[in-house]
Ligand binder design. Structure first.
Ligand code: NAP
Length: 345
């Protein structure tokens, strides 16, 4: 007897990807239920070779559901995740609503899978921000090798990170430019087509944006609170995959060869680093892939023990849906959660 899994936000970018990944990886589910807002009731979504009809979250009873993959934004999560958790269903939440709660583990399985066991306090596990997920996957083997002191990261984030309406906006603005129609900006504060915007999420008092703050705070919670990190988060006119230019200062000496070897051996990382035209990964090539790609590894001779690299990953997969499904797999493989149907039998 397998698990009953609900996907909340199943019509969205991340929710659809979650359904694909559950099917691709053969997650041991007897039943998968697709939930979204009342607006989408009856809409069909694909799950492997089946189609599922969307049901409304607001009418759904989670008492016989084991795992809820929640991907419907922070407000929905704040209202629903605690209620669902109290019904004995473990919520794996993609929003930022619970990431900074000390009673909620924030997990990237390649980095801190052992911390999952703290989920029982609230029956909620948080998935990190998409930029944090790929960053910590790449930083972990380097931190193990030479202890990271400080990280400076600039992100180049695709529009899919802002949801399906944001992808439509890039498409319609691009079309408008080509046919000389007026370019309308609704989802983004400025035009995104043929442009870049150094602003993601709200501004904070110190001048950083919330997105930049999230990368800093989440890296500390997942990897090591002693790491200092500063971030500039930028939206770019790319549909899928986030890229990051990363500069790291270490406590101990580390060569490019040692770093490359550690990254090659690390789970979830693929190194593509030929020092020639095209010998690196771009977001277009990472879309639809599971790996976090690392390219352009080089020494930064301006500081002691410094390295720079380029890191690319599919934000809808490792940055969201894949990471959530991997967390569910940790619960299953470590026998931290038994199916309710099995307990009742
Ligand atoms: N995109 C990324 O790279 C990424 C990465 C990490 C985390 N996340 C997080 O994942 C979440 C979803 O992102 P997304 O990109 O998939 O957004 P999206 O494409 O805009 O989809 C939003 C989903 O939430 C559902 N929803 C909205 N209001 C709801 C309600 N009141 N009750 C039930 N369902 C409701 C929508 O259903 P309807 O179609 O019925 O409106 C839709 O299925 C967000 O919290 C986001 O911050 C996204």
């Amino acid at each position: 007897m397998g698990y009953k899994v609900a996907v909340v936000g199943a019509t969205g970018n991340v929710g659809r990807e979650m359904l694909d990944i559950l099917a691709e990886r053969g997650f041991p589910a007897d039943e998968v239920v697709a939930l979204a807002s009342r607006r989408s009731v009856g809409t069909e979504v694909s799950f492997g070779d089946k189609t599922l009809k969307i049901k409304a979250l607001e009418n759904y009873d989670f008492s016989d559901t084991d795992i809820c993959l929640m991907s419907a934004g922070g407000d929905v999560s704040k209202e629903w995740s605690p209620k669902i958790g109290r019904q004995g269903c473990v919520v794996i939440d993609n929003s930022s609503a619970f990431r900074y709660d000390s009673d909620v583990p924030l997990i990237v399985p390649e980095v801190n899978a052992d911390a999952v066991k703290g989920f029982t306090k609230k029956n909620i596990i948080a998935n990190p921000n998409c930029s944090t997920a790929q960053l910590v996957v790449a930083l972990k083997p380097l931190h193990d090798l030479a202890t990271i002191k400080r990280v400076v990261v600039a992100t180049y984030q695709s529009v899919s990170g802002a949801g399906k309406d944001a992808m439509d906006e890039l498409f319609s603005q691009t079309r408008a430019v080509f046919v000389s129609d007026p370019v309308e900006a609704k989802k983004f504060p400025k035009r995104i087509a043929f442009n870049v915007i150094p602003h993601i999420d709200v501004f904070m008092e110190d001048g950083y944006t919330k997105e930049e703050w999230k990368v800093m705070v989440e890296t500390k919670k997942i990897l090591d609170p002693k790491i200092k990190l500063t971030c500039t988060a930028v939206r770019v006119p790319v549909f899928i995959s986030h890229s990051e230019a990363v500069n790291v200062e270490f406590e101990k000496p580390i060569t490019v060869e040692e770093a490359t070897e550690a990254l090659r051996a690390a789970p979830g990382v693929l190194v593509v680093d030929k020092r020639e035209p095209g010998g690196y990964i771009t977001p277009y090539e990472a879309a639809g892939e599971d790996a976090t790609y690392v390219s352009r590894i080089r020494e930064d001779a301006t500081v002691e023990n410094g390295l720079s690299f380029w890191c690319v990953s599919d934000n809808l997969r490792k940055g969201a849906a894949l990471n959530a499904v991997q967390i569910a797999e940790v619960l299953v493989n470590r026998k931290l959660l038994l199916p309710k149907s099995q307990k009742a039998a």
